[in-house]
Design a protein around this ligand. Sequence first.
Ligand code: DGL
Length: 291
Amino acid sequence: MIGVFDSGYGGLTILDSIRHELPEYDFLYLGDNARAPYGTRSFEVIYQYTLQAVQYLLRSGCRLVILACNTASAKALRTIQQHDICPETHRVLGVIRPTVEAVPAVTKNGHIGILATPGTVSSGSYVLELEKVFADVNKMQNFGTLHISQQACTLWVPLIESGEYLSEGSDWFVEKYLRELLRQDPQIDTILLACTHYPLLLPKIRQSLTRIRQENGNGRLPELVAQGDIVARSLRDYLSRHPEIENSCSKGGSCRFLTTESADKFAASASVFLQSPLFRESPLAAEHIEL
Ligand code: DGL
């Protein structure tokens, strides 16, 4: 089984793409919905919560766990990889590195905006990884100087977890953070949705960006980079390079869902995040767990 973890529903946007790309594998999803959002919590708390979830997935038979959560990837991944798991038998992967590796092919001017939770922004992980990746690209392409701007979108995850993200009131908060990002650097041509919840806001983000651009003389809209397909392709590549892990992942095409919240509440909300026809085959059932 491949374990997929997020603080709540956001990781389902990653699971959706992974399952589409790799339908033959068995998946176990764990959403810590009862304790979401993680994005405003301290390093220690995010690390402890993430470790508990990873250990649960490993105990449940997963040899490989994907942290489908940028906040957990930024704050807990490295410590867990270095101190808490045995790499001979188990692997834990994050979503930041694959996302960052996709950026050089997208930006034309090196002006990059990052939309993320306060925890991901304060970790500086995206800035660090982008600088590393572009340092390599620069050697090859002489790309030029990199301009990275980060914007914490504190209320986006709570709006999504509460189901309020489609309400008119949420428009105001979507636009607020986009304006703040573009105020930092009006030349941004590439925006990373560096939180797995944010693809749910894509239609509103596009509308807001169009409005903002119209006010400023109709410039080109920035490219929006969502993570699902990027992470899915990167996982396929990882499995092909690591046959010892790949061989231990069972292949029955199943998918189970665990949540720390009420199972019925999870099942009712989760389907919004899952677009792949694979998830239409049977009604979604979830299981409540305690971490
Ligand atoms: N989906 C998580 C992420 O990618 C949201 C974190 C949170 O719970 O605030 O960062």
